[in-house]
Design a protein around this ligand. Structure first.
Ligand code: ASP
Length: 349
């Protein structure tokens, strides 16, 4: 009967060990681990960020939100949970937070409605599940997980996906659940101009609308069993055409996981990521060219994506983490079994 006590003590020690916080982290977020970490996790809340002069309170709100999401993932992994459970739990939590453009805080499409995309993938079996342009599903990532675990399919879209949610008992909510005045204002602005907002930093530094350009949430993780996983969820671009699907639910584009290389979750201008096959390109550079995680991620972000179009988080099977972006900031966080626990918003100056 002493086993549970010992086990709890081990978990407590792990949790405490992981609590050493630093207020900022390097833009690359890369460690120099010679050894394989027991577990590691990176999260993002989009690569379009608030105005730099939005004030410390606003900044604190986002850092706290990242902190609680990262804590959820860290706790799952430190307690011996799987990477797929960790990334789903983190993304689900961020979907429920109106600060982020996913789930509750999703962007408005041209018709003032919300259509959501999400994907999840595991690196050992390479099984994946995704949903595209679904309406009235509170947690699209959980529906994506259901597609992966309980159907013969990889990607479900529109009405069929919504019916699947009903069959599975996955919570449906009316469209006005996704109403937030921040995103509505952004939509009215874009709609009036007849433009589409990339939710990323393709704007002038003094553009007042920057405060509303947060987009997409995602997580990548390595667990104690050596398996990587990735999950991404988004409301997509503000004022997008109804039926538009971005990069997030596309395997190999916005989301990917393979134990032979890495797990990747992207954020930014989806069409740009689709053109550049971003997530698989990073994995292919590692697997076929033998590049390190950091080199592969940096190469793709710096040389394939137009400046100001987005960012990437990735983890490899040794627990190295990479967090790269070419926008002015990316809401992000990283934690690992060596005690790292960091969240940040801005690019390093
Ligand atoms: N990548 C998402 C999309 O294009 C948006 C974002 O990450 O901000 O749908």
């Amino acid at each position: 009967m002493t086993f549970p006590i010992i086990r709890n003590a081990v978990i407590a020690a792990l949790l405490l060990g992981g609590c050493a916080k630093a207020p900022t982290m390097d833009q690359n977020g890369n460690g120099t681990a010679a050894h394989r970490k027991e577990w590691a996790i990176a999260i993002h809340g989009g690569s379009g960020t608030m105005r730099r002069d939005a004030g410390p309170e606003r900044e604190r709100e986002y850092l706290d939100a990242l902190d609680s999401a990262l804590t959820i993932g860290r706790n799952v992994l430190a307690a011996g949970g799987t990477s797929v459970d960790a990334v789903e739990a983190v993304v689900r939590h961020m979907e429920d937070n109106p600060l982020f453009n996913a789930g509750r805080g999703a962007a408005y499409n041209r018709d003032g409605m919300h259509e959501l995309d999400a994907a999840i993938m595991v690196g050992d079996t390479k099984k994946s599940g995704a949903v595209a342009a679904v309406r009235e599903v509170r947690n699209p990532i959980t529906l994506a997980r259901f597609v992966m675990d309980s159907t013969m399919h990889s990607l479900m879209a529109g009405r069929g996906a919504e019916e699947l949610a009903d069959t599975a008992g996955i919570e449906r909510v009316p469209d006005d659940y996704f109403h937030t005045s921040m995103r509505e204002e952004r939509w009215l602005e874009e709609n009036g101009r007849g433009t589409v907002s990339a939710e990323a930093g393709e704007v002038e530094p003094d553009d007042a609308s920057l405060d509303n350009r947060m987009g997409t949430v995602g997580a990548v993780a390595l667990d104690r069993f050596g398996n990587v996983a990735a999950a991404t969820s988004t409301g997509g671009l503000t004022n997008k055409l109804p039926g538009r699907v971005g990069d997030s639910p596309l395997i190999g584009i916005g989301t990917y996981a393979d134990n032979a290389s890495c797990a990747v979750s992207c954020t930014g201008h989806g069409e740009e990521f689709i053109r550049q096959t971003v997530a698989f390109r990073i994995a292919a550079l590692m697997e076929l060219k033998g590049e390190s995680l950091d080199t592969a991620v940096t190469t793709v972000v710096d040389t394939k994506l137009r400046q100001g179009t987005g960012g990437v988080i990735a983890v490899d099977a040794k627990g190295n983490l990479s967090l790269e972006f070419n926008t002015r900031g990316m809401y992000r966080g990283a934690a690992d079994s060596d005690g790292r626990f960091e969240t940040a918003i801005w690019a390093k100056e």
